[in-house]
Design a protein around this ligand. Structure first.
Ligand SMILES: Nc1ncnc2c1ncn2[C@@H]1O[C@H](COP(=O)(O)OP(=O)(O)OP(=O)(O)O)[C@@H](O)[C@H]1O
Ligand SMILES: [Mg+2]
Length: 264
């Protein structure tokens, strides 16, 4: 996004959201915005409420209070399949692929809400162009893929519904640093080339801030900080609590940040 272009439109707007598991309140008044074309990250420690937030957006859970608007339409009381039709796809924590189905069958499942059936073959090829390994493995049962390949499959399946907004829950979970970098490079390419706005939840703040335009930090069900990814990456609190950088390492950290920017 060039500096002189006007602010992009808001695709997702959440106001005063509250979600519970029975008596346990997991989301305590969250408000946030996601602008079209951006990558927005939600950071936070274990139990902060990140997954619950994504589940509430995608309709897996109903909020107790608050509103969620997608392109200006209230979606907080819609069913998950109706939310997919509004252009939101959720790539869940732990991937949740269908282990006994083949790679190709899993990808085809992602198109279940589509009306334009004739374009599906084209889109499968688009998915395979981002993840060539999945094409090689298309007849293999998904449960036998490696963790990284399963993550690729979960993202690939999500792309099949032609999302405007993809919700990604900890895409780096359980992956090596190299594979994490590879997955994030593809996320950035999908954002730029396929125009998919991304909202990604991560504990790995370093890699998430390297890819994101903007970030929110959650603690105990609340947003406690939000700013551009660059400002967050330079913030003392983020560095200490999420990046594990001591202050004398700060200078080196800034250099690493600039290097990370080169693959955006
Ligand atoms: N099914 C559930 N029943 C009851 N409480 C739950 C359930 N799932 C999550 N919680 C609670 O809700 C809070 C938020 O959990 P959530 O899974 O959203 O956190 P998270 O930020 O995604 O954490 P992590 O980084 O470990 O994935 C936690 O206190 C958790 O214990
Ligand atoms: Mg989680």
């Amino acid at each position: 996004m060039s500096i002189d272009s006007k602010e992009p439109k808001v695709v997702l707007q959440i106001d005063n959201l509250e979600s519970y598991y029975g008596p346990i309140q997991a989301i305590r008044g969250v408000s946030l915005k996601v602008h079209e074309g951006q990558i927005v990250t939600v950071l936070g420690a274990n139990g902060a409420g990140k997954t619950t937030l994504l589940k509430t957006i995608s309709g897996v859970m109903d909020p107790e209070k608050g509103t969620i608007k997608m392109d200006g339409t209230d979606i907080q009381s819609l069913e998950p399949d109706a939310i997919v039709r509004q252009g939101i796809v959720h790539v869940p924590e732990g991937r949740e692929i269908f282990p006994l189905m083949t790679v190709a069958e899993n990808i085809a499942m992602g198109a279940y809400t589509r009306k334009d059936r004739s374009k599906i073959g084209e889109d499968e090829e688009m998915v395979y162009s981002y993840f060539p390994i999945l094409k090689d493995r298309r007849a293999q049962r998904a449960g036998t893929l490696s963790g990284g390949q399963q993550q690729m499959l979960a993202i690939g399946r999500g792309l099949m519904s032609h999302p405007k907004l993809m919700l990604l829950d900890e895409p780096s979970l359980g992956l090596s640093p190299l594979l994490t970098q590879e997955i994030f490079e593809i996320i950035v390419r999908l954002n730029k080339e396929q125009k998919v706005t991304m909202m990604l939840v991560e504990q790995n703040a370093k890699v998430a801030l390297g890819a994101a335009d903007y970030g929110y930090v959650m603690e105990l069900g609340r947003i406690v900080m939000n700013d551009s990814a660059e400002v967050l990456a330079a913030s003392k609190d983020i560095q200490e609590f999420y990046l594990g950088v001591s202050q004398d390492e700060n200078q080196r950290g800034q250099r690493r940040w600039k290097q990370r920017k080169t693959w955006r």
